[in-house]
Design a protein around this ligand. Structure first.
Ligand SMILES: Cc1ncc(C[n+]2csc(CCOP(=O)(O)OP(=O)(O)O)c2C)c(N)n1
Ligand SMILES: [Mg+2]
Length: 826
């Protein structure tokens, strides 16, 4: 009977009363479960649940005990049946001795920190210390399923405890961080101790090793989620078919953050998608029923913080954090479920928070009654020892305490601040830090290579029914490849990708509508118009080529960029790109940019070569389709933390992409990409430009050698300036494109400006308003280069919004800009 599904149950009229009653409990029992150790979160008894009767008692024991499971919303009957059998069948054994030791260790670790470093923030785990036996069980079960690494993303709560109890780092290392033994080594950089990543080795009871990788985490709650999943995916991809089995991601969330942060929904949403799946993530909400000073009724409209996960067809296990055996069994079930169905699982473990949000807060001001109850509540290990009938708990406490105190007294002798982290060896050979000339690489290809690639990239199987528009595009690309037609950006990009995968360098690009390309420019995946079969020329270049994967992403910026950043962290050999639909939407991913892309190396010494493709340019499409916010990236730029470029023609784009993949200098690359210029003849390049040059940070002006005026600019406006110059029959104005804004190409610019030592007017021209664009960044730098010559600027008036909404107003403004660039003298 227990193996029947609900739909079967509905059809089976002879079905017993028992099943009818059980079914009600399977559906609604979680609402009446006993989940809060302190009893503030009251069970609700839905009207449809019978209270009395033999079956009701039996069903109530299973579904309204200290575990409440939401699973009836899962449409797949096999999955529901699996959970039902595990819940209703015999319960597996728990090693209570081991669990007690873990609880004592977790509690005492916090206690020693509390006593020795009073008034320092540590974000104690006390109240949800069952997290330690839970993660322990997750590791034990995962190891049995074949896991070799747990990729763990978590925020502040209990992180230090997890580093010691789970990642098995020596407690003295964590204590040493409290001593702050070597502040000089991190002046102006580094991060607080409860954000640092850690690696370690967990050894299971049967002696198997599981590597622990705790991902470095910013304060921005949940921002680490997509990064952790992306990192896991990269590790899985490197491994091949058994990747999902070997690498298991675990995300530990706070209750308030899980309910409140949209990036959680973004990350859950791509769990089953081809480009993003990791075969299931385990989510644990370390639910202390509070977020700083905010209680659940102020924090989410739903009864449970986990509600957001209900839109997925995944189970949610609510469990009382003080029934440690139940917590352990739920952990076991969750991992088995993940491995069986390759699905995400949520464990909502409900406890409390022993102290204030951090240990310097007094929670009795905001939650006086709750904290009165907490004060009187014994630590979990005491309750557990008593329930389990383990009598030597006190002597275990003394032994463990002595051990920790000894470790603490050693901490001062650790003279170098521990990093708690080792780099995986696939990072060997890649470097960060400041740029050095020796990192330069040759990026051109021979004419034969280009012709061959061009051929491959513009052909498809003979029986493939191609769309007539795509056919035409491919015919044009074939002509571009053999020099009969100038090469446009779309072809330049595919040549760059094709040449890289041919050389064994994987390429992964994702973004909204990126397979076709927002501007109809990419067409990386060809579709047969009769059967929708796919053909990807980039995957059909040569036998031993690397993977080329181009995915349409979900409609997400932060979640997807976080994923790609994470991917780049564990795949330095690959070219990993995220494309914004329009560059304007990049600000939805601002937290990921600020916290990881820009600051990751500074804070954690972690490198990434992720590429951001951000369509940029003022083309009369309104305030949200004009600007990728060049100014924001320039403001973040320091100590060569990333590269900011705007390639002004197709060949420049080609060389830039290849440079990024081929150089051993691993830095994020921000590329402002074209829109209308994608097919503009002025931005197309001769095939020769793909052979005999590299990326140039400054494009010289080949037409004007003796100039009275030098216009400096970046991107589309430069081409418009050239047109304007032609229209004016002007032969005394030179136009220089600055294609690399950062690191600042001082030597190249100096050389170019020296060629025009007679020029009186040096002008920075931009289409962005005065408070945006590269103006604030370029002016002081240009002034330094030109010495006593004045540097002027042409730009739109300051504006609160990037552009006008009127296409006509835009055109008038643009005309004025172009005209002023040639006439203004002030
Ligand atoms: C995006 C973001 N907003 C606000 C904060 C400030 N903040 C830090 S912890 C916290 C409360 C978190 O509550 P919860 O998620 O329940 O975790 P807990 O501290 O209770 O474990 C807040 C608001 C932050 N770190 N990140
Ligand atoms: Mg909380």
């Amino acid at each position: 009977m227990a193996t029947q599904t609900n739909s079967e149950l509905l059809l089976d009229t002879s079905n017993s009363e028992r099943e009818r009653v059980f079914d009600a409990f399977r559906r609604w029992g979680y609402l009446a479960a006993d989940l809060d150790p302190l009893g503030f979160f009251h069970p609700e008894w839905p009207a449809d649940l019978p209270k009395e009767g033999e079956f009701a008692h039996e069903a109530r024991r299973v579904y309204c005990g200290t575990v409440g499971v939401e699973f009836i919303h899962i449409p797949d009957a096999a999955r529901r049946r699996w959970i039902q059998e595990r819940m209703e069948g015999p319960q597996s054994a728990v090693d209570q001795n081991a669990a007690l030791d873990q609880l004592i260790r977790a509690d005492l670790f916090e206690l020693v920190l509390q006593q020795r470093y009073l008034g320092t923030k540590r974000f104690s785990l006390e109240g949800v210390t069952a997290l330690v036996p839970l993660v322990d069980e997750i590791l034990e079960t995962a190891a049995m399923q074949g896991a070799i690494e747990l990729v763990l993303g978590m925020s502040h709560r209990g992180r230090l405890n997890v580093i010691v109890q789970v990642a098995k780092r020596a407690p003295e290392e964590v204590f040493a961080n409290f001593e702050d033994v070597d502040p000089r080594s991190v002046l102006g950089s580094g991060d607080v101790k409860y954000h640092m990543g850690a690696t370690g080795e967990y050894i299971t009871r049967s002696g198997a090793k599981v590597h622990i990788h705790l991902v470095s985490n910013p304060s921005h709650l949940e921002a680490v989620d997509p990064v952790t999943v992306g990192r896991t995916r990269a590790k899985q991809d490197r491994t091949g078919e058994s990747g999902q089995q070997k690498y298991l991601p675990l995300l530990v969330h706070g209750d308030a953050a899980f309910a409140g942060q949209g990036i959680v929904a973004e990350t859950l949403n791509y769990a089953d998608l081809r480009g993003y799946t990791v075969g299931g993530t385990i989510h644990v909400i370390a639910n202390n029923l509070i977020g700083f000073t905010t209680v659940p009724r102020e924090s989410h409209s739903s009864r449970f913080a986990a509600q957001i996960a209900r839109r997925q067809a995944i189970p949610i296990f609510h469990v009382n954090a003080e029934d440690v055996d139940a917590v352990i069994r739920v952990g076991r079930m969750a991992v088995d479920y993940r491995y069986k169905f390759h699905s995400d699982v949520v464990i909502d473990m409900i406890g409390y928070r022993r102290h204030g949000h951090s240990e310097v807060d007094d929670p009795t001001i905001t939650q006086p009654l709750l904290y009165k109850a907490i004060k009187e509540h014994p630590p979990l290990w005491e309750i557990y020892a008593e329930d389990a009938g383990i009598e030597d708990a006190q002597s275990r406490v003394q032994t463990i305490r002595a051990e920790l105190e000894n470790a603490q007294s050693q901490a001062g002798y650790i003279t170098k601040k521990p990093t708690l982290r080792e780099l995986p060896n696939y990072w060997d050979g890649y470097v960060g830090g400041r740029y050095k000339a020796e990192y330069a690489v040759k990026t051109g290809l021979t004419g034969e290579e280009l012709a061959e690639l061009g051929g491959r990239l513009s052909t498809y199987p003979a029986d493939f029914h191609i769309h007539p528009k795509v056919k035409k595009l491919l015919e044009q690309r074939a002509e571009m490849g053999n020099g009969k037609r100038p090469v446009d950006y779309g072809m330049a990009e595919t040549l760059a990708f094709g040449s890289l995968v041919k050389a064994g360098i994987p390429v992964r690009l994702s973004g909204q509508d990126s397979r076709r390309g927002t501007f109809n420019q990419r067409h990386s995946v060809l579709l047969d118009i009769e059967n929708e079969q796919e053909y990807v020329p980039l995957q059909n270049i040569s036998a031993g080529q690397a993977r080329c994967e181009i995915y349409n992403s979900t409609l997400s910026e932060a979640g997807v960029l976080g994923f790609e950043y994470g991917y780049s962290r564990d795949y330095p050999e690959a070219l990993v790109l995220w494309e914004a639909q329009f560059g304007d939407f990049v600000n939805v991913a601002q937290a990921v940019i600020d916290q990881f892309v820009s600051a990751g190396e500074d804070k954690w010494n972690l490198l990434s070569g992720v590429v951001l493709l951000l369509p940029h340019g003022y083309e009369g499409q309104g305030p949200e389709h004009s600007s990728a916010r060049i100014e924001r990236f320039l403001q973040l730029a320091a100590r060569d933390n990333f590269q900011i470029c705007q390639p002004s023609n197709a060949a420049q784009y080609f060389h830039l992409l290849r440079r990024q993949a081929l150089s051993r200098w691993r830095k994020p690359l921000i590329v402002f990409t074209p829109k209308s210029m994608l097919r503009h003849p002025d931005a197309a390049s001769a095939i020769d430009d793909f052979t005999n040059q590299n990326f140039m940070s400054v494009l010289p002006d080949k037409e004007v050698s003796d100039a009275k005026r030098v216009l400096l600019c970046t991107g589309k406006i430069g081409h418009e300036l050239r047109e304007e110059r032609k229209a004016r029959k002007d032969d005394s104005t030179a136009i220089l494109f600055v294609d690399q804004l950062y690191p600042f190409p001082e030597a190249e610019l100096t050389a170019e400006l020296e060629r025009y030592s007679n020029a009186r007017d040096i002008m920075w021209v931009q289409e962005e308003p005065a408070n945006m664009g590269a103006l604030f960044y370029m002016l002081p730098r240009l002034r330094q280069i030109v010495g006593d010559r004045p540097v002027l600027s042409i730009k739109r008036s300051p504006s609160a919004s990037p552009s006008t909404g009127s296409a006509k107003a835009h055109e008038m403004e643009q005309k004025t800009l172009l005209s002023l660039a040639f006439t203004s003298t002030e």
